[in-house]
Design a protein around this ligand. Structure first.
Ligand code: PLP
Length: 354
């Protein structure tokens, strides 16, 4: 009965999220969730919200959370926008700041939600090919554009871009907004938040889904100068006045305030990542340098599709992208616990032993 659909729905190509299998005992390394739970302080904050106040709407401005984010980064509260997951923050960003006459630019291999937002909002885009080693080359972005967006570190490659390169891009591109999606930055890349005060064209987005282990709570934020934040607020208040519920606001505040826990879990993930890279290299994998909580690796002789299928038979789920051809032999493997890493390495040894 698609005759009832609007024209825009007919033309959409929705994003396909990584699988969330219902099976128990899986080693789930496919959607870059954190293997460690959120800060215990988050649970206490959530429990405190259970009560009569659920009758009432939450604070439409999520003021407590805005303040917590501002304090964490030592920026003014007027530089902070919060939303229902960074996917929502990104959606508002595309509509509010990236829809202009000129096409926006993003890498040919990157977060696959970006072209989906372009389809939803009717935004023209051009992709810019990554370099030979899957790196972002700033020089390739020096052409007229309606905006530029990429993750740092990039996904699904995991490669980080030095801050000096981002600064070069900002200086060469003063007439449109540059969005740096820092979903994975806390696992070893350099954040651009410190550049916000200096660059009126910079917006940095973050999520609590990865480094703060709260993918289930749906909280993200953006940091930029007040004129950019105001554009996001205008879109938000034309769409949903209460994107963050009472649990999300309180849980997120507790997570952001528990800096010690956050730093400790990030350190553990990074240590496991380095050990896993060494193990995979011993098994004849080529692994791209990673500043994220995942790695992007291909085997010297076996195809990516075959390896992903063989791992699945052993209850280990990793992400495999069949397109584009250039990455079809790669596996994107989320960093789990040391035990999960060991299970992965053992399974690969079994698969690779003739
Ligand atoms: C995970 C991810 C997001 C989305 O995060 P949510 O806050 O869970 O919506 C955004 N950008 C990139 C590059 C991601 O990998």
């Amino acid at each position: 009965m698609s005759k009832f659909w609007s024209k825009v729905v007919h033309e959409l190509t929705p994003y396909v999220p990584g699988e969330q299998p219902k099976l128990a005992n899986l080693v789930k390394l496919n959607t870059n969730e954190n293997p460690y739970g959120p800060s215990p302080k988050v649970f206490a904050a959530l429990e405190a919200e259970v009560g009569d106040s659920l009758r009432l709407y939450p604070d439409p401005t999520s003021e407590r959370l805005v303040q917590a984010v501002a304090q964490f980064y030592d920026v003014p509260a007027t530089h902070v926008f919060v939303g229902n997951g960074s996917d929502e923050v990104l959606a508002h960003t595309f509509q509010a700041l990236l829809k202009h006459d000129a096409p926006i630019l993003f890498p040919d291999i990157t977060y696959s939600f970006y072209p989906v937002y372009c389809g939803l909002y009717g935004i023209d885009y051009q992709t810019v090919a990554l370099g030979e080693d899957f790196e972002i080359n700033i020089a390739d972005y020096q052409r007229p554009n309606g905006g530029i967006i990429f993750p740092n570190p990039n996904a699904p490659t995991g490669r980080g871009l030095p801050l000096a390169e981002i600064e070069r891009l900002l200086n060469a591109n003063t007439e449109s907004v540059v969005v740096i999606d820092e979903a994975y930055v806390d696992f070893g890349a350099e954040s651009a938040v410190g550049l916000v005060a200096q660059y009126p064209n910079l917006l940095v987005t973050h999520t609590l889904s990865k480094a703060r282990s709260l993918a289930g709570l749906r909280v993200g934020y953006a940091i930029g100068q007040p004129h950019l934040i105001e554009a996001l607020i205008r879109v938000k208040d034309s769409f949903n006045s209460y994107p963050l519920d009472r649990f999300a606001i309180s849980g997120a505040v507790a997570a952001i305030e528990d800096k010690a826990y956050f730093e400790e879990t990030c350190r553990k993930v990074m240590a496991t990542r380095e050990a896993l890279i060494a193990d995979l290299q011993d098994l004849d994998f080529v692994v791209l340098p990673s500043a994220a909580n995942f790695i992007f690796a291909r085997h010297g002789t076996r195809s990516g599709a075959e390896l992903a299928a063989s791992l699945r038979e052993r209850s280990i789920i990793v992400r495999h992208f069949s397109k584009p051809a250039r990455i079809s032999d790669f596996l994107r493997i989320t960093i789990g616990t040391d035990m999960q890493s060991q299970a992965l390495v053992n399974a690969l040894k079994e698969i690779l032993t003739p």
